[in-house]
Design a protein around this ligand. Structure first.
Ligand code: NAP
Length: 252
């Protein structure tokens, strides 16, 4: 039977690269984001290019109704989902404490509550069906105290690590994908100044996806694409936290 994946945030960046690579590998898809016309255009392209089924779910994942719409696709027993990619995300331009608290609520819902709801739906369905796979797109920021965004990603990393071990006996693999800087719409949309980020620190979305899927095949619970970021993440974990936090304060 053809495998099916649900990818959130499939209209651009890392999520779009996941949708393209998974369709190329012959998986049917459910793609989720807020922009219907973009979702429909991507779905039409992937259907005609790869002969796969692509369902579209328009949803704002920072709302309960949006989370429920995506969760419904995960619990539909007629069209089972084998792989969930919790990817949709965004960032705010300012540091926590300077931003509007309503915007912080939105971020918390999008980066924490939505993946939590979708993981919950996926685990309950997959456990009853003999297993499945979940990729949670966190960030290398999860290893460094760096405002609310890194705290949200640390939450996702922590829950993923636990879930991968806890649900191993029902054949569910959970990966936290922790990329560094990736060239996508993420920074322009968040109006973040990344002009000071050196060229060597930028990754390509398709390379990030290839590393994640390779690590998923190898059952690695944490995927950190590229050698340079493996080193940086290792340093961030073992150096004193005050030093890491001071270093991370520079740039965004
Ligand atoms: N780029 C980086 O440097 C980087 C590094 C580490 C981790 N990440 C993480 O990677 C993930 C993907 O980011 P990206 O870099 O690919 O960014 P991106 O190019 O801006 O793509 C974000 C995707 O999320 C969707 N999205 C945003 N808000 C949404 C909402 N409220 N409801 C539903 N969908 C929403 C967007 O679609 P619509 O606008 O159509 O809804 C879009 O498809 C995020 O979780 C981000 O935190 C990014």
């Amino acid at each position: 039977m053809t495998r099916r994946a649900l990818v959130t945030g499939a209209t651009s960046g890392i999520g779009n690269a996941f949708a393209r690579e998974l369709a190329k590998r012959g998986l049917d898809l459910v793609i989720v984001a807020r922009t219907t016309d973009q979702l429909e255009a991507i779905a039409a392209e992937l259907r005609s290019k790869h002969g796969v089924e692509v369902d579209v779910v328009t949803a704002d994942l920072a709302t309960l109704a949006g989370m429920q719409a995506a969760a419904n696709a995960l619990t539909d027993s007629a069209r089972p989902v084998d792989l969930l990619v919790n990817n949709a995300g965004a960032s705010l331009a300012g540091w926590f404490g300077t931003t509007d608290i309503a915007d912080e609520d939105y971020q918390l819902d999008l980066l924490v509550r939505a993946p939590m709801h979708l993981m919950d739906a996926a685990i309950k369905t997959m456990a009853g069906r003999g297993g499945g796979e979940i990729i949670n797109v966190a960030s290398v920021a999860a290893f460094t105290p760096r405002g609310a965004y890194s705290a949200h990603k640390a939450w996702l990393l922590n829950l993923s690590r636990w879930a991968d071990i806890h649900y191993d006996d029902v054949n569910i693999s959970v990966q936290a994908l922790c990329p560094g800087f990736v060239r996508t719409e993420f920074h322009p949309r968040g109006q973040m100044d990344v002009s000071g980020v050196p060229k060597w620190m930028w990754l390509k979305a398709d390379k990030v996806v290839a590393a994640s899927l390779r690590d998923l095949d190898r059952d690695k619970p944490v995927s950190i694409p590229s050698f340079r970021y493996k080193v940086l993440a290792g340093l961030a974990q073992y150096l004193p936290k005050t030093l890491v936090t001071r270093m991370a304060k520079r740039g965004r």
